[in-house]
Ligand binder design. Structure first.
Ligand code: ARG
Length: 459
């Protein structure tokens, strides 16, 4: 089938044809295009728009092509895209007198819009399943580390004790939202543009409900101009993927930091590490680093897509073709990054001793010493904050450790600051400063106590 023997006399130059062809990226929509043609021809037959016999021959050719696969097509770049390549295949099989009916009441404009949606909805699920598996793995890991106390950070400075489990469940919660975001987008992806034809539907009495049903869409798009020009669902999906890989990238950032000599909290498995070609002692977190960088590419793809979209008028413009490869690239990066990062995170080795050491250092439990003053002595939290702040300052100056903090030291400071003596017992003081006790006392939903983390794991 040569489209150019009608309106156009001359062939495109070879470089122009190659430049504008989408055949390479169209491999992603090959099966969807076969499916789309199949549903359309079935509907044409059902509505008696084309003869039964003709329809059956076309359907047979499409079935054969489905079995033979993409490789059965002609890859000559003079063929503009997959739609023409498939029409050519059917024409070769059953002759133009039959194949010529396949395109009745259909345009490549509604066809490509349909194909992308068909492929994308599968790809979304292919990403959602490993997200769920990763969450499951994190829950299992968390259940093993409910009492593995470590230090939590704000501003990357020691803040308050947490458990590794609480940290892993934070990952799980973010991933859950990433999953839900994709589910929400899926609803808008799973709508049928077929029947919009070039932009105004058609005068043939097509049955859009039938193709919607045959292709498993939830509904059809109600405006044919919107049907062929809408790509917001692509931008939305890529945003979801960028958010997902941002979650993964943040994890990678922690893996890189935690595996340093300075932090020493974890060891990344050898399978996800590299060494140096010159420094024999090195164990480098290359997988985490590459994942951190690759996720950035999706942010770029999102901007590219949004920028192409903003400048084109309704309805179909060929610019739209240039959006699709950025979608598939984002899908691939998100898929691969999710796969590798989940394996890497779930195979880390945690150094519990180092975790506890960090949790007990640097007066990270100071908030609870202030809290105990409020609870037992009913003084305002701001007063307690001031006393403990001074206490930490002095302790660092004097080289004191948690075990050295006693009532007379605290009351001396309270006195200096013009407050009454508190007379706290040594036990209360020490209990409030103990990292594990500190964590256990946080019995509020969402908190790090083993019971609350278990509750989160169960949900
Ligand atoms: N390859 C095109 C795309 O991906 C298919 C639709 C072409 N339509 C047209 N009128 N040239 O958007």
């Amino acid at each position: 089938m040569n489209l150019r023997s009608g309106r156009l006399d001359k062939k495109m130059t070879e470089d122009a044809a190659e430049y504008t062809s989408s055949l390479e990226a169209d491999k992603h929509i090959f099966y969807s295009d076969v499916k789309c043609n199949f549903a359309h021809v079935l509907m044409l037959k059902n509505e008696k728009i084309i003869d039964e016999e003709i329809a059956d021959k076309i359907l047979e050719a499409l079935t054969k092509l489905k079995d033979e696969g993409f490789e059965a097509l002609n890859f000559d770049h003079s063929v503009e895209d997959i739609h023409m390549a498939i029409e050519n295949y059917v024409t070769n099989m059953v002759g133009s007198d039959v194949a010529g009916f396949m395109h009745t009441a259909k345009s490549r404009n509604d066809q490509v819009a349909t194909d992308i949606r068909l492929t994308l909805r599968e790809k979304i699920i292919e990403i959602q399943i490993p997200i769920l598996e990763f969450i499951e793995g994190l829950v299992e890991l968390a259940e093993k580390h409910k009492e593995t106390v470590t230090i939590g950070y704000t501003h990357l400075q020691h803040a308050q004790p947490i458990t590794m489990a609480h940290n892993f469940m934070a990952y799980a919660q973010s991933l859950k939202r990433d999953y839900e975001r994709l589910s929400d987008t899926y609803k808008r992806v799973n709508q049928n543009p077929l029947g919009s034809a070039a932009m105004t539907t058609t005068s043939f009495p097509i049955n859009r409900e039938l193709t919607t049903k045959l292709l498993g869409f939830d509904s059809y798009l109600e405006n044919s101009m919107d049907g062929v020009s809408a790509r917001d669902y692509i931008a939305e999906t890529v945003f979801d993927l960028a958010t997902l890989t941002t979650t993964l990238s943040k994890m990678c950032e922690e893996m890189v930091l935690w595996s340093t000599y300075e932090f020493g909290i974890i060891e990344i498995a050898d399978e996800f590490s590299s060494t140096s070609s010159i420094m024999p002692q090195k164990k480098n977190p290359d997988v985490a680093e590459v994942a951190r960088a690759k996720s950035t590419v999706i942010n770029g793809e999102l901007i590219t897509i949004m920028t192409i979209l903003k400048a084109i008028p309704y309805t179909y413009n060929r610019d739209l073709q240039e959006i699709t490869p950025h979608l598939w690239n984002s899908v691939k990066i998100a898929h691969d990054t999710l796969n590798i990062v989940s394996k890497m995170v779930l195979s880390i080795n945690i150094n519990k001793k180092r975790c506890l050491e960090l949790a007990g250092a640097n007066f990270a439990t100071a908030t609870d010493l202030a809290d105990v003053m409020v609870k037992e002595k009913k003084i305002p939290f701001r007063t307690a904050h001031k006393i403990v702040g001074r206490l930490v300052n002095l302790s660092i100056e004097m080289g004191l450790e948690i075990g050295d903090i006693n009532s007379s030291f605290i009351d001396g400071i309270a006195n200096d600051l013009g407050f009454n003596k508190l007379k706290l017992s040594y036990d209360s003081i020490q209990k409030s400063l103990d990292p594990l006790e500190n964590v256990k006392m946080r019995q509020v939903p969402g908190g790090p106590s083993p019971e609350m983390v278990q509750l989160a794991c169960n949900n």
